[in-house]
Design a protein around this ligand. Sequence first.
Ligand code: NDP
Length: 256
Amino acid sequence: MSTRNSPPGRIEGKVAIVTGGGSGIGLAIAEKFTQAGIETVIVGRDEKKLSQAKEKLGKKCHPIICDLSNLSTIPSFVCDVTRQFGQIDILVNNAGINMKKIIEEVTDEDFQKVITTNLTAVFVVSREVVKQMVKQGSGSIINISSMAAQYGLPKVIAYSASKTAIDGMTRAMAVELGPKGIRVNAIAPGFIITDMTDKALNSDPERKAKVFNRTPMGHMGQTSDIGDAALFLASDAAKYITGVVLPVDGGNSIGF
Ligand code: NDP
């Protein structure tokens, strides 16, 4: 058992898929996982981003290029992982996109694009992985939700719809899969410093001020804060936890 960053229970040697593991929050999750000895498959569209992540994380990191919005390619990518590693113990549905526009300007295509990546692809990846987890009689699935599902956020209509659906899907999957030994939880990150939030907040000082005003801890989170929470939920330390949406947000969701 590795002593570095390892939670209680056997985690070393487990196999995880982290979608969007090449950057931001996904990269931080993959880093915590590889440090704990988990064979970690990271998935994304950008080959360069994935190979930089591989260079950083080392031999426990296994990049796979897949555009998850191309839903028909998902079953074969999950099959490849199962064939290569023989098992899938952990799935982190982290890949996601955002789009900031006022409602009147959101086209049908804009809306559908966000829903396909943030919601439908999460369903399809989960369904395929669950087929393997059911055979094993165990597994842990972690969906990355958002504050946009905790309260109303303007100008991100499709994103809010997708993340709110993620919370519902987390609970529905948890009750259906609990008897089969599979736990399903979500993490709702508060405002975490990544490229996505850089774009969303730096262009909108008013929104940025509001974020800080309603975050009792007074600062934005680090991607590693989400990595720590994901490692906990993936591990046996969380073996009786299923169906929760865990805010990791410096108190933002309950801020006055
Ligand atoms: P990033 O933009 O840094 O990461 C998003 C990742 O998703 C990228 O690695 C990207 O990889 C991958 N991705 C996007 N679309 C696809 C696709 N079609 N197929 C495969 N991979 C895809 O953002 P964050 O790290 O900030 O966000 C990660 C998750 O956390 C998202 O679900 C986001 O909604 C959520 N979140 C983030 C918050 C924050 O404060 N940062 C707050 C709340 C939630 P590539 O470009 O290689 O395809």
